[in-house]
Write a protein that binds this ligand. Structure first.
Ligand code: ADP
Length: 541
């Protein structure tokens, strides 16, 4: 017997319609060089319609890929809706990718138009000769600016001017592609993840769950996580769906500007990778901000050090860890205390919050022993590869037949190694490729990094495995001291700090002090770069 409910397609058109009909007076604010740019959902909606009309006039058809190369701004937010709502596919290009990778993905996706922020033109114009499918560049900025070699090109405001302020959205299949994003390609070529309207819709709904990010109309959302990576974690979809005020940082992401923006716009909810919040925490020892409106910060993309969670809490700021991947839209698990944790000590609560948490409703997981393929018990000790499935988890990469094994048996193999406690709360031990393999046992580089970043004189720390004749690999700690402690912290200080906290054989064989941890295009620690710098490092015997 069939259910007798309406077959109502879950599309981003619904989110758009809600924003303009129910919340027309809500503000959208973008940080600029001068005064912030601000307008309402009502104005935004008219411009989204104009943009859709302009795209249609430029020949964009349903299913065509239209790319963006830009910062988090109101124009990017317009593109986030106009492109998918008219049936085309928003392809967000990562502005920090290497040129060869960019050329590869623009060609594989066969992008037809690229929208580019004016200050990023110099970077893109070098690559333009390698983009045969691109017929038009639309430049977003306050003219006059140099369009360089991007031809043909048109100014964004000119492109949408004089277009009608309404558009009859086509009826879309909820499984039609809405957007695509390539993984940052830490190994091999980047891989395209294609999101559907349905997956984006359901994923945005999950942001409203009480035990999830709990977003709602009263929120003022600051997505610092880039709109060019993994849907800005879905928070810009959620903003329109729920009618929340949204604040965009533009290209200004230094801790001082972020702090001032959060204060002046009365931000209630912000999202970004740990690096951003490590910078802000360090600033809080010198500067005062009024964060009284702030409810919580969602942080993920890499492990959130416990010291960061504790440090921000001392300033009254609650940071919530989330875990996910480009392939999971990305929100897959979130770390919230359960009711029975509330009786536990502060220290224990911080420890629980430093785990990656519980899968959100809609996502299922299992942890599988890498050798035997068996699911491991939830004993917080047995580890294996974390695998997930759900309505916003990719089932294949775009045009890729080589990675089928990654999606075998209906599960996504994440490449993350995890343990699970008896409550089903996940803790990531490491990425498979980052575990330090010492004498047949594994050492978690992530756990060492977390401990190191708890040292009062340490700003950031990264641990990599160095080849070792006897043990196969041994850990090397690369440590960035806080600016005020440069040259005032020694290898022995670091090792003395770790000694009571880890098993003896986990102790790094050496400590090197560096100026900064190299970061990937999305702000994560780039171990690849450190490995190439220290690959031949000779450890003290
Ligand atoms: P890429 O794979 O190109 O780095 P993603 O943003 O898709 O880009 O990265 C997903 C990976 O980031 C996860 O597989 C995991 O290793 C890591 N990650 C994300 N969130 C967390 C977290 N909260 N703790 C630890 N690692 C995380």
């Amino acid at each position: 017997m069939q259910g007798l409910m309406m077959d109502f397609p879950l599309t981003l058109q619904h989110a758009f319609n809600r924003a303009i009909r129910l919340y027309p007076r809500k503000e959208i604010v973008t940080q600029t060089d001068g005064e912030p740019h601000r307008y309402t959902y009502s104005t935004w909606g008219k411009r989204v319609y104009q943009l859709a009309n302009a795209l249609k006039q430029a020949g964009v058809q349903e299913g065509d890929r239209v790319a963006t190369f830009g910062w988090n701004t109101y124009r990017h937010f317009e593109l986030y809706y106009a492109i998918p709502c008219m049936g085309a596919v928003l392809h967000t290009l990562n502005i920090r990718l290497f040129s060869e990778q960019l050329a590869y993905i623009v060609n594989e996706a066969e992008d037809t138009i690229i929208f580019v922020d004016a200050d990023l033109v110099p970077f893109l114009e070098q690559l333009a000769p390698q983009f045969p499918t691109v017929k038009l560049y639309v430049i977003m900025g306050e003219a006059p600016y140099a369009t360089g070699a991007l031809q043909p090109s048109v100014d964004y405001e000119t492109f949408i001017a004089d277009q009608p302020e309404s558009y009859d959205w086509p009826t879309l299949d909820e499984n039609a592609a809405a957007a695509m994003c390539y993984t940052s390609g830490t190994t091999g070529n980047p891989k395209g993840v294609v999101y559907s309207h349905r997956s984006a819709f359901l994923h945005a709904m999950a942001s409203g769950l009480a035990n999830g990010p709990a977003l709602g109309e009263q929120d003022v959302i600051l997505p610092i996580v880039p709109m060019f990576h993994a849907n800005a974690w879905g928070f810009v979809h959620a903003a329109a769906l729920f009618g929340s005020k949204v604040v965009f940082p533009g290209r200004f992401m230094d801790p001082m500007r972020i702090g001032r923006l959060m204060e002046s716009e009365r931000v209630t909810f912000a999202a970004g990778v740990p690096t951003i919040w490590i910078g802000l925490l360090n600033l809080l020892s010198k500067e005062h901000f009024d964060f009284s409106a702030l409810r919580s910060i969602v942080c993920g993309g890499s492990a959130v050090p416990q010291a960061l969670i504790e440090g921000l809490q001392q300033h009254g700021i609650t940071i919530i860890q989330a875990w996910g991947m480009t392939e999971t839209s990305p929100l897959a698990s979130i770390s919230q205390l359960r009711s029975h944790h509330l009786d536990q000590s502060q220290e224990e609560q911080f420890r629980i919050r430093a785990r990656q948490g519980t899968v959100v409703p809609g996502v299922e997981f299992r942890v599988v022993n890498i050798e035997t393929g068996q699911e491991v018990p939830w004993d917080d000790e047995s580890y294996g590869e974390l695998q997930v499935r759900g309505p916003w988890v990719a089932r294949a990469y775009y045009k890729d037949s080589e990675s089928a094994a990654k999606f075998a048996d209906g599960w996504l193999r994440t490449g993350d190694v995890a343990v699970v406690d008896h409550d089903g709360i996940i803790q990531l031990v490491d990425r498979t490729k980052d575990l330090v393999k010492s004498g047949g046992e594994w050492i978690s580089s992530v756990e060492l990094e977390n401990l190191l970043m708890g040292h009062p004189k340490v700003l950031e720390a990264c641990v990599i495995g160095i080849p070792h004749p006897k043990w196969s690999e041994r850990p090397l700690a690369c440590v960035v001291p806080k600016p005020e402690y440069v040259d005032q912290v020694t290898k022995e200080d670091i090792l003395d700090y770790l000694r009571p906290r880890v098993a003896k054989w986990w102790l790094p064989d050496d400590v090197v002090f560096i100026d900064a941890v190299p970061k990937t295009s999305v702000g994560k620690f780039d171990k690849k770069v450190l490995r190439s710098q220290y690959g031949m490092y000779s450890l003290p015997s």
